[in-house]
Design a protein around this ligand. Structure first.
Ligand code: DHB
Length: 391
């Protein structure tokens, strides 16, 4: 197969990039190892920055972020049993949308298929060759085991945290800056009415909890747990007890729990984001811990930049944007790394924390919620820093 841009990974980054390239008249082939059903049903995060929603508006009627999703104008930070609301519009003029990632993926897949995109599921990539030449090649196999070779002008690895393309860009599948955290989130989906209208990020002596929503009848909640916790080891009663203990001041509305998972925390940025005619974006390039919901939004920001760089390279033979891509993308990536780390460390507890650390953490939370500057800092990061212009 011959195409202009070979995109490995049909997650938010890969699918959105194929859409933006197509708008500019650049053709691409998108492959993913997973089935369409797997992609459309895997539960991920739920918060879209305003800029992400504005990019998704380019899908036209296919984007349901504004119609099915809900605008959220604030979050609550809770500590020492009291809630403190951070009002986004008054601080930044911006909002976020609660709209689950798998719904974004359904919209993107529908839009791409309607546009005639060459999009292939069940294709596993073995490796990428020739990134230092003008025509890199993706070596892959279809679900039936047939060899598939994609020759392109450029290869994009949007293939997630276990990226295969990463090795062709960084020289190693693991090389990068990273840190781990001594905790994880126990996440549930429950059939219950909302316990709060907006998200509650709660710091308590027993650990962190996040009360999020999905719809009028389905809620998403998380509580801090051990990274080795077995999601099936707790009774429903024990799950509710753990959640409730971490949000003193609110009585949670309980219902049947129909999905549970343990999310491990990691911060990671690959040493290189681009080499020759290949680049990595989204989770292939970086991972953030979930506190603050930056993961998918950061992938979208990478893609907005890379789209411009690829248009210049492919349509105008102008390499200056692709040569600047890694440096430009890194600035936002490291701001998002910092924000995600900061929200995580400000809100979670650890066994090593001393009584001093515990009081200092409450002092830090007060410094945010009792200061317009503090709240504005959080709100700017949460609703998203400006994206590169799309036109
Ligand atoms: C959700 C996940 C997050 O990591 C977050 O910060 C906010 C919301 C969610 O799944 O709803």
């Amino acid at each position: 197969v011959r195409t202009q841009v070979a995109i490995v990974g049909a997650g938010p980054a890969g699918l959105l990039l194929s859409h933006l390239l197509d708008e500019a008249g650049i053709d691409s082939v998108v492959v993913d190892q997973r089935t369409r059903d797997e992609i459309e049903t895997t539960i991920r995060a739920g918060i879209l920055e305003q800029g992400t929603v504005e990019v998704l508006d380019r899908l036209g009627e296919h984007s349901r972020a504004r119609t099915v999703g809900n605008r959220h104008d604030g979050i609550e930070l809770r500590f020492e049993g009291a809630g403190h609301r951070i009002d986004f519009p008054s601080l930044t003029g911006r909002s976020v949308w609660l709209y689950p990632q798998h719904e974004v993926l359904k919209d993107l897949i529908a839009a791409r298929l309607a546009a005639g995109q060459d999009l292939r599921f069940g294709v596993s990539v073995d490796g990428v060759d020739g990134v230092d030449s003008d025509h890199p090649v993706v070596h892959a196999r279809t679900a039936d085991g047939e060899a598939l070779e994609i020759t392109a002008d450029f290869v994009v690895g949007a293939d997630g945290s276990r990226s295969v393309v990463r090795a062709a860009v960084t020289g190693s599948s693991t090389g990068g800056y990273f840190r781990e955290y001594p905790f994880a989130w126990f996440g549930i989906l429950t059939e219950a009415p909302p316990s709060a209208e907006e998200l509650i990020y709660s710091n308590s002596p027993d650990g962190f909890a996040l009360i999020s929503q999905r719809s009028a009848t389905v809620q998403r909640m998380y509580f801090q747990c051990d990274p080795d916790a077995d999601p099936n080891a707790l009774s429903e009663e024990a799950v509710w007890e753990n959640l409730q203990r971490r949000v003193p001041g609110t009585t949670l509305k309980e219902g049947p729990i129909f999905q549970r998972d343990v999310l491990r925390f990691r911060s990671f940025v690959a040493y290189e984001l681009r080499r020759g005619r290949a680049a990595i974006v989204g989770d292939a390039a970086h991972t953030v811990p979930p506190t603050g919901a930056k993961g998918m939004n950061l992938a979208v920001a990478d893609v907005v930049l890379l789209n411009q760089a690829l248009q210049a390279l492919i349509l105008r033979d102008d390499a200056h944007l692709i040569d600047a891509f890694a440096e430009t993308a890194s600035r936002r990536i490291w701001k998002a790394q910092h924000f995600s780390w900061w929200m995580t460390s400000m809100l979670h507890t650890t066994d090593e924390a001393t009584p001093f650390d515990r009081r200092r953490q409450v002092g830090e939370l007060r410094s945010v919620v009792e200061s317009e500057a503090g709240m504005t800092y959080l709100a700017e990061a949460y609703t998203g820093w400006p994206l590169a212009s799309m036109d």
